[in-house]
Ligand binder design. Structure first.
Ligand code: SF4
Length: 313
């Protein structure tokens, strides 16, 4: 029985199209406190992140037993750059261990703190997937109150791609009446293409009772619209409330069209629209380099990595 490295299993969700991967989370819980987050439905004190006990020792034991051909996804039920990481550096040590042993890794985050670890990322088999739900600071500050602002995340992506680290982005979740403005999405997507992002995954907001309550508290003016779409017209799949399928398909088609017009690949996430996918994997793991090349085109000295915009709350 593994201690901290388990095969990714999204509760046997039939809508998930992810390829095989291991899931690794140095932290239990997440401090970004996104209104739409679902971890509070299954993690006690989900918004109070804490490091897993003896995490590094357990990781070293698990790494001896796993299939090295399967990538490791860090993290799925927390952000590996949750605010505590700024001082604790557990994720940094984890990446150092994985790089030195030649594991394939996808790093999922919403934080520009990831650029602190560029020195490790550029030496290993890594790809980074950054979630950017909107280009609008005001909307992001409501939806993701303790995550770094969108422009900091975009700047971090630009630094990563400039250093030769392959990156994807997640525009996820799209929420009706909140971050679904086509012009704003087009502006975000064109910027992501311009800075070298290669793949975009997107999905619509899925409602659970606790995240829906937080959404309505944060966005009372959207209450009527969201209740109608999710509770009157929407339906339940695998325990979560979805938008009507026609609306979901319209959103995903719109994003796909813009994404592909800029030469990037597209996938939806847990929407049931496999036919829209134009990439080898939905989650961006296909971007992990197959070997350990020296990928730097620009010196690390060209960047003020200490001066990133990350602000510890
Ligand atoms: S970053 Fe992810 S895990 Fe953390 S609160 Fe936001 S949605 Fe939840």
């Amino acid at each position: 029985m593994p201690y901290v490295l388990r095969l990714f299993d999204p509760w046997r969700n039939p809508m998930c199209t992810c390829p095989p991967k291991y899931s690794l989370s140095p932290y239990t819980g997440c401090g970004h406190m996104c209104r739409y987050c679902y971890i509070t439905s299954y993690i006690r004190d989900g918004f109070k992140p804490r490091v897993k006990e003896n995490f590094i020792s357990k990781l070293l034991i698990d790494l001896r037993k796993i299939d090295r051909s399967i990538p490791i996804s860090i993290s799925n039920s927390s952000d590996p750059y949750t605010p505590q990481e700024y001082g604790l550096k557990i994720t940094r040590e984890t990446l150092r261990i994985l790089a030195s042993r030649g594991f394939k890794v996808i790093v999922l985050t919403k934080s520009d703190m990831v650029v602190r670890d560029i020195d490790i990322l550029r030496r290993g088999m890594f790809t980074v997937s950054m979630t950017v739900t909107t280009i609008d600071d005001r909307i992001a500050s409501v939806l993701e109150p303790y995550a770094p602002p969108p422009l900091s995340r975009i700047k971090a992506l630009e630094m990563l791609t400039s250093m030769g680290i392959p990156c994807s982005a997640r525009i996820d979740p799209i929420i009706p009446g909140v971050n679904d403005d086509p012009r704003s999405l087009a502006k975000l997507i064109s910027r992501l293409a311009e800075i070298g992002v290669r793949h975009i995954a997107s999905s619509t907001y899925k409602a659970k009772p606790d995240n829906f309550r937080r959404m309505i508290e944060a966005l009372p003016e959207k209450s009527t619209l969201l209740r109608r779409l999710y509770y009157d017209e929407g339906y339940i799949i695998h325990g979560v409330r979805y938008l009507p399928s026609k609306l979901r398909l319209d959103y995903m088609r719109m994003v796909k069209e813009i994404v592909e017009s800029y030469g990037m690949t597209f996938s939806s996430c847990r929407e049931g629209f496999r036919e829209l996918q134009s990439s080898p994997t939905c989650d961006g793991t296909h971007l992990i380099p197959s070997e350990n090349p020296s990928r730097s085109r620009i010196s690390l000295d060209d960047y003020d990595v200490d001066g990133i915009g990350y602000v510890s709350p």
